[in-house]
Ligand binder design. Structure first.
Ligand code: GLC
Ligand code: CA
Length: 535
């Protein structure tokens, strides 16, 4: 069944262009490479792709440092290559989302270069957040960059500019109308080229408050934002709403304007999804009010333990939260900013969890490589590129592990990804994980994903709400069992290391691992496994 609009219960495949497929042997993935592999994506059974940035960029932060948001970086190809990619994707019935990065530009963007030249007090500087130092020479406030170190950098004439991320990513001043006008042009540019929507980077960060005031606990908010596990959750929850640069009311006015622009494109159903880390969680719903964006990422599963109580609470809460504004939740187990789910909770657990999540109402985001069960890459420190690693002097390893290129074929690294030297090393240990090997193995994670996504659209999309019948809160027969019914399908996830017998009749549609023993109205769900049963 199809949902309407298409994105309501879509599965969306995130491609990190640099790591997908290299068409020209320079060791980095590119647009032609993506286009040549779209058949793999279609075979997976997803509805859309989301492309992380491929714009002109010095690539200090994996392309999230954009030097020209309306042009393609030569390392990825050309605008013609984007057009071709969109054309081929559409011919395969795949929608295309691109990333927009409205919180900041690269310091190589012409505006920033002009601002440096034009000097203090100029209209050029007003497009960013430039201020004089305090009397004692210190930066205008004590905020800490999300990548570590101060969030201000001084330029030659003594002024400081604000950057929530790397010093090469100056934050834009959204009170300056040039900024809004330029973004409108950027959105139109990609829509006119044929894209179906946008993923909005740091959507909660565009508006800053109290720019000239110190925060009472800058280290505290920085730790809280990093979801530092050693932190008392109560302290964290109290600190997060005080972050003066995230989730301020003003951001919503910006998205209301954007929504008008989106709605003016009558020829397609546009999807705009916000990357918004907000607290308390209810604030996320504001981004998907009727006149704002369409979806907001739900990051709760990205760091959740494989534990029935925790997962039950997340699923219930995510659905309820979005219900309050008539929206459906989104789900993600991995992305380019977090450790891969296989490394975090284990291979077999990741398969069980994916199969459980694919049955839930809402949209599922799949990070390229997740369908292969890829773990994080093992990266020597000397190869690391993430500014988080560099700015914390190695204290935090950063996100490169999740960004290692995909293994496609052959017996040794780099497994067909490139004929050259890959920009991050692949390991020979991935020999069994290539697309080529998994294609022919019916038990592979790739084939599990393909079958699951096909069954999802046949039996679950559009089936409305879920009904729980086994959970810690439902007096489940085992505290390690979660089970829901949706439409004509019952979904059981056994989180324990032992098989669990349940009374059930029906046809087994799929199992994430192991073999299901079914007889006399009973089924034995294998250890750490999810099953779908059709009634
Ligand atoms: C988002 C991106 C991340 C990037 C940051 C700054 O969180 O997902 O990769 O580093 O924004 O643009
Ligand atoms: Ca290349």
């Amino acid at each position: 069944m199809k949902s309407s609009p298409w994105w309501k219960e879509a599965t969306i495949y995130q491609i990190y262009p640099r790591s997908f497929f290299d068409s020209n042997g320079d060791g980095e993935g590119d647009l032609k490479g993506i286009t040549s592999k779209l058949q793999h994506v279609q075979d997976l059974g997803v509805d859309a792709i989301w492309l992380s940035p491929f714009y002109k960029s010095p690539n200090k932060d994996g392309g999230y440092d954009v030097a020209d948001p309306r042009d393609v970086d030569p390392r990825f190809g050309s605008l013609d290559d984007v057009k071709k990619l969109i054309e081929v994707a559409h011919s395969l019935h795949l929608k295309v989302l691109v990333d927009v990065v409205p919180n900041h530009f690269s310091d190589q963007h012409i505006w920033f270069q002009q601002a440096l030249k034009a000097g203090r007090g100029s209209p050029e500087r007003d497009r960013f957040h430039f201020y004089d130092p305090n009397e004692d020479g210190a930066p205008p406030n004590n905020w800490i960059s999300l990548f570590g170190g101060p969030s201000w950098t001084q330029v030659d004439d003594g002024q400081f500019y604000l950057h929530l991320f790397d010093s090469s990513q100056p934050d834009l001043n959204w009170d300056n109308s040039d900024v809004a006008n330029d973004y409108e042009q950027t959105l139109r540019f990609w829509l006119d080229l044929g894209v179906d929507g946008f993923r909005i980077d740091v959507a909660h960060g565009l508006v800053k408050e109290n720019l000239l005031t110190n925060h009472p606990n800058p280290q505290g908010i920085s730790d809280a934002l990093r979801l530092d596990v050693s932190m008392d959750p109560e302290i964290r929850n109290a600190l997060l709403p005080t972050v003066p640069y995230f989730d301020r009311q003003g951001v919503h006015e910006i998205y209301r304007q954007w929504r008008k622009l989106f709605d003016s494109y009558k020829d397609r159903e546009i999807l705009a999804v916000a990357e918004a880390w907000v607290h308390p969680p209810i604030n996320a719903t504001r981004y998907v009010r009727g006149d704002e964006l369409h979806q907001v990422f739900n990051f709760d599963l990205l760091d959740a333990r494989f534990d029935s109580e925790i997962l039950y609470a997340i699923v219930v809460r995510s659905i309820e939260l979005m219900e309050s504004v008539g929206a459906l939740p989104t789900w993600a187990l991995s992305n380019h900013d977090s450790p891969r789910v296989t490394s975090r909770i284990g291979e077999i657990q990741a398969r069980a969890l994916a199969l459980f999540v694919f049955a839930l109402p809402g949209s599922c985001y799949v990070f390229a490589g997740q369908e292969l069960g890829l773990p994080d890459g093992d990266i020597p420190d000397s190869s690391r590129q993430d500014p988080i690693y560099l700015r914390t002097n190695g204290k935090q390893k950063g996100r490169d592990g999740a960004r290692v290129p995909l293994p496609w074929s052959g017996e040794t690294a780099p497994f067909g990804f490139t004929t050259g030297t890959p920009w991050l090393p692949l390991t020979d240990k991935w020999q069994g994980l290539t697309v080529e090997k998994q294609n022919i193995d019916p038990k592979s994670t790739l084939n599990l994903y393909r079958t699951a996504l096909k069954l999802r659209s046949d039996h679950l999309v559009g089936q409305g709400e879920i009904n729980w019948f086994e959970s810690p809160q439902h007096g489940a027969k085992s505290s390690s069992l979660l089970a829901v019914r949706r439409g004509n399908v019952s979904i059981y996830m056994n989180l324990s290391n032992s098989p669990i017998e349940v009374e059930i009749t029906g046809k087994l549609l799929i199992v994430s691992a192991g073999v299901v023993d079914a007889r006399d109205g009973k089924m034995i769900i294998p250890a750490i496994s999810t099953i779908w049963v059709h009634h």
